[in-house]
Ligand binder design. Sequence first.
Ligand SMILES: NC(=O)c1ccc[n+]([C@@H]2O[C@H](COP(=O)([O-])OP(=O)(O)OC[C@H]3O[C@@H](n4cnc5c(N)ncnc54)[C@H](OP(=O)(O)O)[C@@H]3O)[C@@H](O)[C@H]2O)c1
Length: 329
Amino acid sequence: MAPTLGNGFSIPVALNCDFSKEITLNNDFTMPTVGLGLFRMEGKDVKDILFHAIKIGYRHFDCAAKYKNEVEVGEALAEAFRIGLARREEIFITTKLWNSDHGHVIEACKDSLKKLQLDYLDLYLVHFPVATKHTGVGACTSALDDNGVLDIDTTITLEATWRGMEDLVSMGLVRSIGISNYSLLQTRECLAYSKMRPAVNQIELHPYFQRESLIKFCQKHGVCVMAHTPLGGATANTITFGSVSCLDDPILKGLATKYRKTVAQIVLRWSIQRNTVVIPKTSKPERLEENFQVFDFELEKEDMDLIKSLDRNYRTNQPAKYWGIDIYA
Ligand SMILES: NC(=O)c1ccc[n+]([C@@H]2O[C@H](COP(=O)([O-])OP(=O)(O)OC[C@H]3O[C@@H](n4cnc5c(N)ncnc54)[C@H](OP(=O)(O)O)[C@@H]3O)[C@@H](O)[C@H]2O)c1
């Protein structure tokens, strides 16, 4: 039985190894604890992986307009529903509003729905707490100014963006709305101006970037924390940003040996035991299964504490490389 905080938000607790396959959001919708991230997935890969994922039990998919694969995801989902692989109501689908569409929330959401061939989204997130120059609905570009710096639109407030998000719920296009990459203070602001509270804050989280304060704050206020980049981006972020991967950490490797699991499974399980939802991405069928098999063991408290000691406050996604400016500054 999940305990309830004063604000009515339920937190699943590790009563047994199977406890947390779903989390209840602050609007009573539920969301599967393990989802599949669809970033950096293209073409035929999308359909093959999505079908395989559904067959082995995934019911949660994390998309974004920016990933430029909503059309392929939509085609795969439509076929999966048509052939009876799953029913629409069994699948939890998230997509995200790109920075250049903050002034066009309704149109951008409708564009994503059309590409995904869906009537409604389970969750729509503001991808980043920054509005940038509009470049056409769904175009999702990151226009740079003459100095090669991200062209930030200073006329659109995050509150105005949020009003659009709330309208989507009222219009029945979206069940839950949330935020992504919001800091503690940006989340606080959102709670202050929202008529409909954000259900989720999706943020980078892994053993090298643990963000204890932000998680504590979100969970206290009923905002479910979803861990993006839950494997620290592994080789993808090493290739893209030169980041160090936590999957090579000797202590995590030791824990993998102890529990007879892979390092990825240790990292995902650690995240679940912090009551955060995980959306690892993989294009490899065998890893898809591996990343989903995280409910048959439990990390002991001393090992949770050991992983806690690995925190480096280290962000592996570094968009400043493309944007010429650090939006987290
Ligand atoms: N809101 C945001 O701003 C934001 C930012 C980043 C990501 N996200 C979301 O979060 C999802 C996950 O993030 P991510 O894809 O950046 O990073 P991630 O899931 O932490 O790591 C993905 C990398 O790990 C590899 N991998 C997957 N399973 C593995 C395993 N069991 N063992 C070893 N390596 C494994 C993948 O390679 P293979 O594919 O070759 O297996 C890929 O290189 C994204 O797909 C996206 O949906 C959101």
